[in-house]
Design a protein around this ligand. Structure first.
Ligand SMILES: C[S@@+](CC[C@H](N)C(=O)[O-])C[C@H]1O[C@@H](n2cnc3c(N)ncnc32)[C@H](O)[C@@H]1O
Length: 222
């Protein structure tokens, strides 16, 4: 079932790029957090959507960026944004991040980025996404999860509560996930997480194997 989301009516530009207002708004703050990590190497993006984030961030971050998406209908926009954007953006690859097993077969990545998916899928699917993404991390790699979360079971604003209700009305299995529940899954996957407050009540969860004080070095999976 196609979900009705605030950005469902995104504008399509003449060259095929889909202009998604929420992605345009959060790209700058997300980029700022990722720049603080001094990422190197290769980044795997899950649920790339329009492809706008790759175009804005790949150049400034200096990473090779692999967009993936479950819906090949997004590939035209991802390619069009990649042609506009700076940096090395690889052609999009189809990936259902909720399908068990992909993490072992997709290679190892210095960063895995997931923006605004967990609230749109059931808890069982979110559990798979996080476990598989953890497996796809290279030694010292960082999982970067951005989105809206419940805190101690509650939404942090009336707008968030209304959006969460609208999601659950469309499918009772989906909706905002609780921060502590997600942190628990990351811990189960062997990842230590940091929580960064982002604009509009969103959070960025940054998760690595080992502790943040002593991240494992390349060649030492720990
Ligand atoms: C709200 S959009 C976010 C897109 C993009 N990350 C952004 O922030 O602009 C959610 C995206 O998740 C994708 N998606 C939904 N289910 C997925 C799955 N099982 N695996 C991978 N992507 C999925 C949708 O096709 C859609 O592009």
């Amino acid at each position: 079932m196609a979900l009705k989301l605030p950005d469902s009516g995104a504008e399509i530009l003449a060259d095929g790029r889909r202009m998604v207002p929420s992605a345009a708004r959060n790209a700058g703050p997300i980029l700022e957090v990722l720049q603080g990590l001094a990422l190197k190497g290769r980044l795997l993006e899950i649920a790339a959507g329009s492809g706008l984030h790759a175009a804005v961030m790949a150049g400034p971050l200096g990473v090779e960026w692999q967009p993936t998406e479950v819906d090949p209908g997004n590939f035209g926009s991802i390619r069009a944004w990649a042609a506009e954007g700076g940096g090395r953006i690889l052609p999009p690859v189809q990936l259902d991040a909720t399908a068990p097993g992909w993490g072992a077969g997709i290679g190892l990545w210095d960063a895995v980025l997931l923006v605004n998916l967990l609230h749109l899928i059931p808890r069982t699917a979110a559990r798979v996404v996080l476990a598989e993404a953890a497996q796809a991390l290279a030694p010292g790699g960082t999982l970067c999860l951005y989105g809206p979360f419940l805190r101690e079971g509650r939404a942090t604003s009336e707008g968030d509560a209304a959006f969460d209700r609208s999601l659950r009305a469309q499918d009772p299995a989906i909706g905002y996930k609780d921060l502590d529940w997600v942190l628990g899954l990351l811990a189960e996957a062997g990842l230590a997480a940091r929580v960064v407050e982002m604009p509009a009540n969103n959070l960025m969860l940054l998760a690595r194997r080992g502790s943040w004080e002593n991240p494992p070095r390349a060649g030492n999976p720990g």
